[in-house]
Design a protein around this ligand. Structure first.
Ligand code: LRH
Ligand code: MN
Length: 426
């Protein structure tokens, strides 16, 4: 199924008048604060988020998985689904593949398919947290950290193979997330595990093409429940420094212990020029991979405040990789991703209208009350009309969810692919 852009433009007409009124009201509100609404809209139009190839079907937990029907069973169908998302939002212009879940059979036809949907290939992800039928060594007790040198060699080679696959697709970065760790005290020698991981990552880094980046993703626990080798931002930062200037830390919002101040981590990494990118999602307890902004929207806003400040003041930090990492247990995957893309743009727009100069002055004056007032004035400003305008100006849907439902896209996909088609991934 592909979506005809003209169809979207026609359907927009039903709500364009209402939108125009809301947009004009918001633009005047911002103008009174010396902010040009169109300059915000311009930045929102340029903001592209990579969609994870592993989050287009039903997720699941060890307690069960409930299929949605019409799931993309092939990489081609996954690119078609991202094409639907991009046509509706004009914000999903990239895909992040996970290997071996999504190894292309025919590279040219896959690249053609992606190009037909204006989708580019963002970071490729290696997988040394599952054993594959065709591999000799097991990762049960780790991969890049494994005491067994043959298992480490196998994991290093897998990462190099993933780079080669990415090169053929035009990707420019590799994301490494390790499940490596232990589930019981005494099971691992922490120092040995970390040294093995550092040396293994340095081997992988040697095979990184000159114009590529390496993203090192951290996580405090799961699937190991006592220790994780790359458990926090500090460990990832240390390993990135040990590898070299094209290695960076990747922040998955769900990979933090409760009440961690993620926005401070973001500020620190940007100051050090070592923030590579994000896996956006939300969570209440653990790595819940919920819809972005569905549980802690204010925390997301505070993170974007640090990002906007960093993008203005930290030229030492490279352009960031924006990706979603989600898993859908109860929501239609495409509706969930539409909501996540909307929440990301809303948080970015709210952060863009913060009067950073006034905030710095209030901070220097140690006027704590005024600092909060400045932040929350932006957070409490309804910027949704700016986000809708950015989509309208890109011939995407003013209200993508409404159009997704009015066109019964899930039913159409079920007709095309059947009720029992299963997407590979988590
Ligand atoms: C680990 C993670 C990682 C991916 C996986 C699918 O929890 O966030 O980014 O490899 O999910
Ligand atoms: Mn992730």
């Amino acid at each position: 199924m592909t979506l005809d852009k003209q169809h979207i433009v026609d359907l927009n007409k039903n709500i364009e008048k209402t939108h125009r009124t809301q947009y004009d009201f918001t633009a005047i509100q911002l103008q009174n604060k010396g902010i040009d609404a169109q300059s915000i809209v311009k930045k929102l139009k340029a903001f592209q988020v990579a969609i994870p190839s592993w989050a287009l079907g039903a997720g699941g937990t060890r307690f069960g998985r409930f299929s949605f029907g019409g799931e993309p069973a092939t990489l081609e169908q996954k690119l078609d689904d991202i094409g639907i998302l991009h046509a509706l939002t004009n914000t999903a212009g990239a895909v992040s593949l996970h290997i071996p879940w999504d190894i292309p059979e025919d590279y040219d036809s896959i690249k053609e398919k992606a190009a037909s949907h204006n989708i580019v290939f963002d970071a490729v992800n290696s997988n040394t947290f599952q054993d594959q039928a065709n591999t000799k060594e097991s990762y049960k007790f780790g991969s890049l950290s494994n005491q067994n040198e043959r298992a480490r060699e196998q994991a290093i080679q897998h990462n190099i193979d993933v780079i080669r696959i990415g090169e053929k697709l035009g990707s420019k970065s590799l994301t490494v997330w390790l499940a490596d760790g232990s589930s019981f005290p005494g099971q691992n020698n922490f120092q040995n595990a970390l040294l093995n991981t550092q040396n293994s990552l340095k081997e992988i880094y040697k095979s990184l093409p000159e114009d590529w980046k390496l993203f090192i993703e951290y996580k405090p626990y799961e699937p190991n429940f006592y220790s994780t080798v790359i458990q926090d931002w500090g460990t990832s930062f240390m390993l990135a420094n040990a590898c070299g200037e094209r290695a960076f830390t990747l922040v998955d919002l769900g990979h933090h212990l409760p009440n961690t101040n993620i926005e401070q981590i973001v500020a620190t990494l940007m100051l050090k020029g070592k923030l590579g990118g994000f896996h956006f999602n939300d969570s209440k307890y653990g790595d819940d991979d919920l819809t972005v902004g569905s549980v802690k929207p204010y925390a997301l806003f505070l993170i974007f405040n640090e990002l906007v400040y960093g993008m203005e003041n930290n030229p030492q930090n490279p352009d960031l990789a924006w990706m979603i990492d989600a898993s859908h247990n109860v929501k239609d995957p495409l509706e969930d991703l539409i909501q996540s893309l909307d929440a990301i743009l809303i948080a970015y727009a709210q952060a863009l209208i913060i009067d950073q100069k006034k905030l710095r002055q209030a901070q220097e004056a140690q006027d704590t009350v005024l600092c909060q007032e400045i932040l929350q004035d932006a957070y409490r400003t309804d910027v949704r009309a700016l986000v809708r305008e950015s989509r309208l100006q890109s011939n995407a849907a003013i209200d993508p969810l409404a159009i997704y439902r009015s066109l019964n896209i899930r039913e159409v996909l079920i007709k095309e692919r059947g009720k029992n088609s299963i997407a590979s991934g988590l």
